[in-house]
Ligand binder design. Structure first.
Ligand code: RUB
Length: 307
């Protein structure tokens, strides 16, 4: 495996690069750089190398379909190319387009999402989503006086990144432990979270604990908003695949020797929120209900759906 692919796979696996949007852009960028530096060879050899690289990147983290969409859109049309140059240029152009489009989508979601946040709102967020944080920061930049409760998000504690980012942006931010979600929901007006994957039925797969925020929001009649670029929508689920929920090492939860050797540790890092608990999915195409995800997927796939 080339250095650029191996380094990206390692960085995604050990979470130096994390968050569904970022890993997707990292995967596409790695394919672009690998193509640019690939020595001239026969097209078949190049295509085989790219497919191997794509598969290695996909194996780095299994849950976020953004990664799948990022790398697969980077190689779309590769099988139809006939020369090395044509194949290389296709991957470089496709990957660059994905990176640009996905970054712009986050900016658009921030603008649309901010309109859903009113002056005086108290918002709860979970983990560390650049899309959700973007909307909150945009609302603050527009001068809205808002407060945010951010969950710690054990075991990786991505909430620490979130509170640092929000605090720097001048947002009145309070860190809470994950088990305080139901208690604090009573003081909350709106929940804003991100997405790793949205299934064709509108179900949300995001950091473990997201479904607890959704349940508590439902109970307290607090609106539950998901900020998600449409490349987080999963074409795979349209054709019956289920989403693999990543399980990570137990040493992320307990230190060695801390618990008896016969005690097992289960460390799923994502969970599923049923569509009925979601009020709005805020995308770069606009705000939609979970029931619209199917139509967007069908439109995105276009003629490919019949192949
Ligand atoms: C991060 C997480 C984020 C989504 C969306 O999990 O669950 O909410 O990935 O993030 P992890 P973004 O830290 O395990 O990657 O909006 O930045 O794409």
């Amino acid at each position: 495996m080339s250095d650029v692919i191996a380094e990206t796979v390692a960085a995604i696996s050990d979470m130096r690069i994390r968050g569904a949007g970022r890993i997707a852009r990292a995967g596409a960028t790695a394919l672009k750089e690998y193509s640019e530096m690939h020595a001239k060879c026969n097209p078949k050899e190049f295509k085989d190398d790219i497919i191997r690289a794509k598969d290695a990147i996909l194996a780095s983290r299994p849950t976020a379909v953004s990664l799948w969409n990022g790398v697969n859109s980077s190689i779309r049309g590769l099988d139809k190319t006939t020369t090395f140059e044509e194949a290389r240029d296709l991957v470089v152009t496709n990957a660059a387009y994905f990176v640009k489009m996905s970054s712009e989508a986050v900016g658009t979601i921030a603008k649309i999402g901010a309109k859903r946040i009113k002056d005086g709102d108290i918002i709860m967020t979970h983990c560390n989503s650049s899309a959700a944080i973007g909307a909150i920061k945009e609302a603050r930049a527009q001068g809205k006086d808002i407060r945010v409760y951010a969950t710690e998000s054990r075991p990786w504690r991505q909430g620490i990144l979130t509170v640092n980012d929000l605090s720097k942006a001048g947002v009145d931010t309070t860190l809470i432990i994950d088990s305080a979600v139901r208690t604090v929901m009573r003081k909350t007006d709106k929940v804003f979270v991100g997405a790793d994957t949205i299934a064709s039925n509108g179900a949300l797969i995001n950091k473990v604990g997201t479904s607890q925020l959704a349940l508590c929001a439902h109970e307290a009649r607090v609106s539950f908003n998901v900020c998600a670029e449409t490349y987080k929508f999963s074409p795979l689920t349209l054709f019956g695949d289920t989403v693999t929920i990543e399980e990570r090492e137990i040493d992320e939860v307990v230190k060695s020797g801390e618990i008896p050797a016969d005690v097992k540790v289960f460390n799923p890092v994502f969970d599923t929120t049923p569509p009925g608990y979601i009020d709005a999915i805020i995308t770069e195409l606009g705000i939609m209900s979970p029931g619209s995800v199917y139509d967007v997927l069908v439109r995105q796939l276009g003629e490919d759906i019949f192949n």
